[in-house]
Design a protein around this ligand. Sequence first.
Ligand code: MG
Length: 250
Amino acid sequence: MIKVRSTEEVELMRESGRLVAGALDLAGRLIEPGVTTGRIDGEIEDYIRSNGATPEFKGFSGYPAATCVSVNEQVVHGIPGDRVLVSGDIVGIDVGVRKEGYVGDGARTFAVGDVSEGALKLMRATSLALDAGLAVVSVGVHLSDVSHAIQRVAEDAGFSIVRELAGHGVGTELHEPPEIPNYGPPGRGPVLEEGMTLAIEPMVNAGTAEVKTLEDGWTVVTADGSLSAHFEHSVAVTSNGADVLTVMTG
Ligand code: MG
């Protein structure tokens, strides 16, 4: 059952989403060669709490940090700590914020210093795949139309869609129905209705689609060690398309 949110609820989610965007903007200012992933996490947690909100990931299924910080071949759910970022790394930051009972979820992948042409191309394709998915969101479309649009952009650029992980509904819980795969044929699944709130998040690998989870029980990495990128927005479905909630303005 996919929940439908009232205008008032969507406005509360917009406030949480604004803090997600602010946290990711902060990450973008902090990320440079020499900074630790733990420092980024700590600064973001302080930012969230100083805005009267809580980091939704902390304690979620026992997750130990406020953010997920995933470097290079790490796809998602990297645990921040002592690792020092170096020029040439790419780093995915994923943030969940809860304020007044409503959750926003968003992610971006950043370049650290000078990165390879291939890394830039991967990040650009993943961001464009998310944009393509968002462009399809509207009242009356099938959920898998979104999935299909994402897959086409990523694969047309020569990259692979991670299949074991997916986007999701978001609202009063971080993960709500439906599951939103980033691949598949169009015209399947539930039909989108006004007020559904969704977190759409392509995870795209430079090499093969296969992933595995490290012994820490969290960090998902590419099986072949190739780079991976991740972008995510939380949106509300409207008759005018996707109302993107994880932005600073709007
Ligand atoms: Mg998510």
